[in-house]
Design a protein around this ligand. Structure first.
Ligand SMILES: NC(=O)c1ccc[n+]([C@@H]2O[C@H](COP(=O)([O-])OP(=O)(O)OC[C@H]3O[C@@H](n4cnc5c(N)ncnc54)[C@H](O)[C@@H]3O)[C@@H](O)[C@H]2O)c1
Ligand SMILES: N[C@H](C(=O)O)[C@H](O)COP(=O)(O)O
Length: 310
């Protein structure tokens, strides 16, 4: 069975409930090591009124203990979530585990804790000095993000031929798409022949470059198509032609993905020396520690992806 380090996410959120409630199912698929100290686990389990399974394997000295405050942004919780993630990454880097699965963190809590990263992907990029790619989805549809956690106003200037070509080659190499990949335009109507913007010229050139490199290597012909008009790219008819999409920015790709596949979708970090998967949802502070029945499909699918790919 694969050994997997599970970082516990923001303890003021729903991650720990997901971990405890699904441990029985998860332990049938993998050998999980939860990156949480016994004291914090006991506190959370008591608040949730959930028993701790006998074989719930934890680690010690993750970070200083703190008082859990359900649904609250806090620097203590942010620090704990980050250290939990850090421990999981180190275990994977040292090959103590085969992969990591991350439960959700809160970005503001990380910021309050003085953490310079916007999320896990960003931190992994720095840790491994590698151009990690954020891909979310499920077997029906995967979306890779060319830009991710940056303000919208910075998206257009970030679209550069060399960087996008590199991204497309990295994505081809690590996602190993088995169908043609759709690359979205940036502007309304993909610029409408330059009437509404011209970043599509750069996108077209990067697609041309990536396709030429791939076919020059004898790997196949033209894995990429585009730039597609973004507002029709996810209509039912167009989706019949594609499983993989490359979006130019976060909400361009994740709004349609989460509208269609929020429950079952997962997050995978590609182009790294380790495998990391995650749920596609956040900390859900609005329902944390309230006895609400959670949807566990994303978490279970994130574990299953590791079983199939680690
Ligand atoms: N993998 C991650 O670490 C990750 C992923 C996405 C968002 N986030 C972060 O989480 C924080 C909160 O984000 P948000 O409020 O925009 O999104 P969210 O996904 O936390 O919540 C959106 C809605 O979905 C519901 N929901 C989410 N997961 C659920 C589940 N498993 N079962 C039932 N209902 C569920 C919530 O109650 C809420 O109504 C932000 O800081 C965000 O950046 C982290
Ligand atoms: N963009 C992701 C999502 O919406 O699910 C999320 O913020 C997680 O990002 P990291 O994988 O960098 O934590």
């Amino acid at each position: 069975m694969k050994k997997v380090a599970i970082s516990i996410g923001d303890l003021n959120g729903i991650g720990i409930q997901l971990a405890l409630e699904n441990h029985g199912k998860v332990a049938k698929l993998i050998d999980p090591i939860y990156c949480i100290d016994k004291t914090m686990l006991t506190q959370a389990a008591k608040l949730l009124n959930i028993g701790i399974p006998d074989n719930f394997q934890t680690i010690e000295n993750v970070a200083p203990s703190f008082q859990i405050e359900a649904g609250t942004i806090s620097k203590e919780s942010g620090r704990y979530a980050y250290e939990s993630f850090n421990k999981a990454v180190i275990m994977a880097d040292l090959k103590k585990v085969d992969a990591i699965c991350t439960l959700p963190i809160h970005k503001k809590s990380w910021e309050l804790a003085g953490i310079q990263y916007k999320g896990h992907t960003d931190a992994l990029r720095d840790f491994f000095d590698a151009e990690a790619i954020m891909m979310l989805g499920c077997p029906e549809m995967y979306v890779a993000l060319f830009t991710e956690h940056i303000p919208l106003k910075e998206v257009a200037p970030s679209i550069k031929e060399k960087e996008l070509t590199r991204f497309l080659l990295d994505f081809y190499k690590t996602a190993k798409p088995d169908r043609t990949v759709a690359v979205l335009g940036l502007n309304p109507h993909a610029g409408d022949n330059g009437v509404l913007g011209d970043e599509e010229k750069i996108i077209s050139k990067a697609i041309e470059n990536a396709n030429a490199f791939v076919s020059w290597c004898g790997e196949g012909t033209a894995p990429y198509e585009g730039p597609l008009v973004p507002d029709v790219a996810f209509t039912p008819n167009v989706r019949k032609h594609y499983t993989y999409y490359v979006a130019m920015y976060h909400d361009q790709g994740l709004a349609p993905l989460k509208a269609l596949h929020f429950d079952e979708g997962i997050n995978v970090s590609l182009n790294l020396p380790i495998l990391r998967t995650s749920v596609d949802h956040g900390t859900a502070f609005d329902i944390a520690y309230k006895g609400v029945k959670l949807d566990s499909l994303s978490y279970l699918n994130a574990i299953k992806y590791i079983v199939d790919n680690a």
